[in-house]
Design a protein around this ligand. Structure first.
Ligand SMILES: Nc1nc2c(ncn2[C@@H]2O[C@H](COP(=O)(O)OP(=O)(O)OP(=O)(O)O)[C@@H](O)[C@H]2O)c(=O)[nH]1
Ligand SMILES: Nc1ncnc2c1ncn2[C@@H]1O[C@H](COP(=O)(O)OP(=O)(O)OP(=O)(O)O)[C@@H](O)[C@H]1O
Length: 211
């Protein structure tokens, strides 16, 4: 690849645009005093070293990464409750500004590591000075508990270069089970939690801006 900056520019644009749109959705939910299914949104363009590693690992020729590597542009939507994930997935499916190409439900079927999340691969049109470019973007949707687990596991994978020792792997699988139980328990008191958050937001609004 002769110029990574030029190649990655539409991916950066896609990530920034989608983040703005999702943050807008979150604000609309907040303004309408409805429970927001979006707790926070993050996004990143895959680091070049990680693109090169993955291309080598998956045998993807560098001149084919724009069609074969689905996560160069990545968005992550983090929610409070598992049911919020269904709401978001439905919202994404009905959008007119991008096309959903693939869905992978690692919540129904968790990965061997214990990883749980809902993944969507979308084709997002970016308008550049050279015309329209459709950019593959991976959208990961997960709860706070799933995100906590995945973040910790990702750093351990990094530390051990993908070869996490067996005993730690088992502990991580148990931790994934505990995160699953936490999501289950929180789902059961969802009504209570939402009511408390609604009262809190109402009181904050009536108190006016902080001085
Ligand atoms: N922490 C963590 N993240 C994972 C795990 N599995 C998948 N992910 C995340 O999900 C992304 C895509 O995973 P998959 O849907 O399995 O995609 P894939 O191309 O089949 O596999 P990868 O080579 O892992 O990208 C990865 O790049 C990670 O960001 C896991 O076991 N642990
Ligand atoms: N879809 C996404 N949205 C937001 N952040 C992401 C997304 N995918 C990965 N990240 C984060 O970006 C950082 C760098 O990710 P990188 O692409 O190297 O990891 P990875 O996706 O786990 O790698 P690989 O798919 O190559 O195994 C990590 O902190 C990772 O958690």
């Amino acid at each position: 690849m002769s110029n990574w900056q030029t190649f990655l520019s539409p991916y950066m644009q896609a990530v920034e645009e989608i983040k703005v749109k999702l943050k807008g959705l979150r604000e609309q939910y907040q303004m309408s005093s409805q429970h927001t299914p979006i707790e926070f949104v993050t996004g990143r363009v895959k680091p070049v070293t990680s693109i090169l590693d993955k291309a080598q690992r998956k045998d993807i020729p560098l001149d084919e990464i724009d069609t074969k590597m689905q996560d160069i542009a990545g968005i992550r939507i983090v929610c409070q409750f598992v049911s919020d994930i269904d709401t978001i997935v439905e919202l994404m499916r009905t959008r007119q500004d991008f096309e959903v190409l693939e869905e992978r439900d690692y919540i129904k079927e968790k990965k061997e590591s214990g990883y749980r999340s809902f993944h969507m691969v979308v084709s997002y049109p970016v308008h550049t000075i050279d015309g329209r470019k459709d950019v593959l973007t991976e959208i990961q949707v997960r709860t706070l508990a799933m995100n906590f687990w995945a973040t910790i596991e990702h750093s351990l994978n990094y530390k051990y270069s993908g070869e996490i020792p067996e005993d730690i792997k088992h502990r991580l699988q148990r931790a994934a089970e505990a995160a699953f139980q936490l999501d289950e328990e929180m789902s059961k008191i969802k009504g209570e939690v939402r009511e408390a958050q609604r009262i809190y937001m109402q009181n904050r609004e009536s108190e006016g801006p902080n001085t």
